[in-house]
Design a protein around this ligand. Structure first.
Ligand SMILES: [Zn+2]
Length: 420
């Protein structure tokens, strides 16, 4: 595949320039370049600037040239929190919820995560792969070039490994890069009903070391919340993961404020996600410790919950990332446009902050801000061309996908065409 490419005369190149998460006020800075040009050689960005300034340096350039008149160029989106590998669906349970059943009521009736665990345990690796690849195709069409995928629908050794091996295969075969996260502590499996401590010990003694030995996950995550795993249980697991050299993430304070945000700060987690009920103290300690807040407004929307306090977090100096949380229970959607709209209209983030949260900050939430998430010289050429001239059209064309072309590692991997 040709990995040399010039995109020139873009109405705007939104660079999101940087190599680390942008915090607080910095999130509003996108560094757009008008009449912009991006030069890609060998899959890497080698020049960015105004077209007239760069074009005369291009004598002898061999590669494809795209004229992007009237179109904006952005970094590829990074979806930094998903549960993409699973079998079955929970459409029926979703309709119960619409009639008023709560998350915990559904869990107590044997629904929720455990019903997906049953289906995922029964599925072959091949069928999990086939189901997941369709979801990745949909993400790619929405401009996603890197995705994080969690395990957590096995809750036993074999199925957790099976999920993570599927993630590895997806990474190897699909244009989207996949960052794998171990989420064995997503729920307590039936075999350990009433014995959560025993399950944490099983994860620590058997599953985590096996995942680590096979190098199947970069991050370890835990659902730290009321009715799921306590702060003490989460801490025990995460300390073990840290000892094994893994980076940490938490599902924190989604259902109730139990101190998940504070724990993320104490342990130096890369991100804490959801945070619908995070306390002021938790937010403050996350800002001090440099923990990224991963906000998932699609999930809050479908659960009918109040959104996370994004404004308060940004004003407290936090770095906020946005993600879909694609999962079969509470938000089965690859829709970046919907997440973007909810961030802007529901959480009152500015358009600039939302772009930052889906690019450089999301890359930082996956420990990759030095390689992706912005259009900077030396970074991987993962970028998108919109059908329209400015990033401001993303919320304006509310809920509509305005991605025109997706470039991954310098190659066009997805695009619209009027040829018939
Ligand atoms: Zn999640």
């Amino acid at each position: 595949m040709n990995k040399n490419l010039v995109i020139r005369h873009a109405a705007q190149v939104v660079t999101c320039s940087g190599t680390q998460a942008k915090r607080g006020k910095e999130m509003a800075s996108l560094s757009p370049i008008e009449d912009g040009c991006v030069v890609i050689e060998g899959g890497e960005i080698t020049a960015v600037g105004r077209t007239e300034a760069i074009e005369n340096q291009l004598n002898g350039f061999k590669g494809e040239v795209i004229d992007a008149d009237g179109k904006a160029v952005l970094p590829g989106f990074v979806d930094s929190h998903t549960h993409t590998i699973f079998s079955g669906d929970r459409a029926e349970e979703f309709s119960w919820r619409l009639k008023g059943s709560s998350f915990l009521e559904i869990l107590e009736r044997g629904g929720g995560i455990i019903s997906t665990v049953r289906a995922t345990r029964a599925a072959t690796a091949e069928s999990l792969y086939e189901e997941a690849i369709l979801r990745l195709d949909s993400m790619l069409a929405h401009g996603v070039t890197t995705v994080e995928i969690k395990s957590g629908y096995g809750l036993d050794l074999d199925t957790e490994i099976k999920q993570l091996e599927v993630a590895r295969r997806l990474d190897a075969t699909h244009p989207i890069d996949v960052v794998p996260t171990f989420l064995g502590a997503h729920a307590t499996p039936p075999e350990y009903a009433g014995n959560q401590d025993g399950y944490i010990d099983f994860l620590n003694d058997i599953v985590l070391p096996a995942v680590r030995e096979k190098q199947l996950a970069e991050f370890c995550d835990v659902f730290c919340d009321t009715g799921v795993f306590s702060v003490d249980q989460a801490k025990k697991l995460l300390l073990r993961a840290k000892e094994l050299g893994m980076n940490l993430k938490l599902h924190a304070d989604e259902i109730a404020c139990i101190g998940g945000a504070e724990l993320a700060a104490e342990l130096g987690a890369v991100s804490a996600d959801h945070l619908l009920h995070a306390s002021d103290r938790g937010i403050h300690s996350m800002a001090e410790a440099g923990v990224i807040a991963g906000l998932l407004p699609g999930t809050a929307f479908c659960l009918g919950e109040q959104f996370a306090r994004a404004r308060h977090m940004i004003e407290s100096g936090l770095a906020v990332a946005l993600a879909t949380d694609l999962n079969p229970g509470t938000f089965y959607s690859e829709s970046i446009p919907l997440v973007f709209a909810l961030a802007v209209f529901g959480m009152h983030m500015s358009v600039e902050e939302a772009v930052t949260a889906l690019t450089i900050n999301a890359a930082a939430a996956l420990g990759r801000a030095d390689r992706i998430g912005s259009i900077d010289v030396g970074k991987k050429a993962d970028l998108i061309i919109l059908t329209l001239p400015s990033y401001t059209h993303i919320p304006y064309r509310t809920g509509v996908n305005i991605v025109y072309t997706v470039v991954k590692n310098g190659s066009v991997v997805w695009g619209r065409s009027r040829e018939r």
